[in-house]
Write a protein that binds this ligand. Structure first.
Ligand code: IPE
Ligand code: IPE
Ligand code: MG
Length: 243
């Protein structure tokens, strides 16, 4: 990367990815069932999405449900699936009208057909938009994504479409669910946990991280703006020396 490009990457995070964590604790602190926390979490998404274009963010990736979240009690999982459908029913028209292009990442075959149809419909309806690129990760796991990419790559080699020696990082990245998208510049995790939990393992090789204390339902556009201003002061060296 050229020096000017590196300096620029420090000022404007084109791609912000958020691990929206802490819904359960938000609810527990209020003596409410966990699902109320997930509802409040879904409500918090709207303002953050709407604030992105003004903050200069072009790509926003939200972690909504991981490949490991199936381990939760059955009622919580089905409650979350209902909430995803409700969110899409309520928000799709507005997202399309506001110029947001929505794309889902993650493995779809384990999701209900009703939900998948709504996801595909929104992807189609928003395909021509470009004001904000919103990626929603549902049944997403970084290892699962890389395993599926490796499978596609192996298939291409087996069919003689690709030589093993010709495989590059760009090839591999192209087989990921995020193919064609830039890597995240900044990853935010709410609720005070300081781990990645299998999120965008390949793509975050050089991301900056912000771990913040508030639970996701309390997260606001103002808080996002504050985090961006801290980010703008960081020096991203990408393995090189200071510019
Ligand atoms: C994040 O909140 C939402 C999902 C993982 C679906 P949590 O449900 O993980 O909330 P905590 O971490 O238990 O507080
Ligand atoms: C990560 O949060 C997944 C999402 C926010 C969707 P978790 O709450 O599932 O992660 P762990 O279990 O604390 O690592
Ligand atoms: Mg959690």
């Amino acid at each position: 990367m050229r020096d000017e490009a590196r300096a620029e990457a420090c000022r404007t995070p084109a791609h912000v990815a958020i691990i929206m964590d802490g819904n359960g604790r938000w609810a527990a602190r209020r003596g409410l069932p966990r699902l109320n926390g997930h509802k409040a979490g879904a409500d918090a998404v709207r303002a953050v999405v709407e604030s992105c274009p003004d903050l200069g963010i072009r790509y926003l990736t939200l972690f909504a449900f991981s490949t490991e979240n199936w381990r939760r009690p059955r009622e919580e999982v089905s409650g979350l699936m209902t909430l995803f459908r409700r969110y899409l029913r309520k928000e799709s028209a507005e997202l399309v009208a506001k110029g947001v292009r929505v794309r889902f990442i993650g493995e779809r075959s384990r999701l209900g057909t009703g939900l998948v149809e709504m996801m595909e419909a929104l992807e189609r309806r928003s395909a021509a938009n470009d004001r904000l690129f919103l990626n929603i990760a549902i049944n997403y796991g970084g290892r699962d994504e890389m395993t599926r990419a490796a499978r596609k790559l192996a298939q291409a080699v087996a069919e003689g479409r690709l030589e093993p020696e010709a495989v590059t990082e760009e090839h591999f990245a192209g087989f990921l669910d995020t193919g064609g998208l830039p890597d995240p510049d900044l990853v935010i995790r709410t609720s005070g946990e300081t781990r990645i939990s299998n999120f965008l393992l390949w793509q975050c090789a050089y991301a900056e991280y912000a771990f913040v204390e508030e639970c996701w339902p309390d997260f606001t556009p103002d808080r996002l703006a504050e985090i961006l201003s801290v980010f703008s002061g960081r020096e991203r060296r990408f393995g090189a020396v200071s510019v």
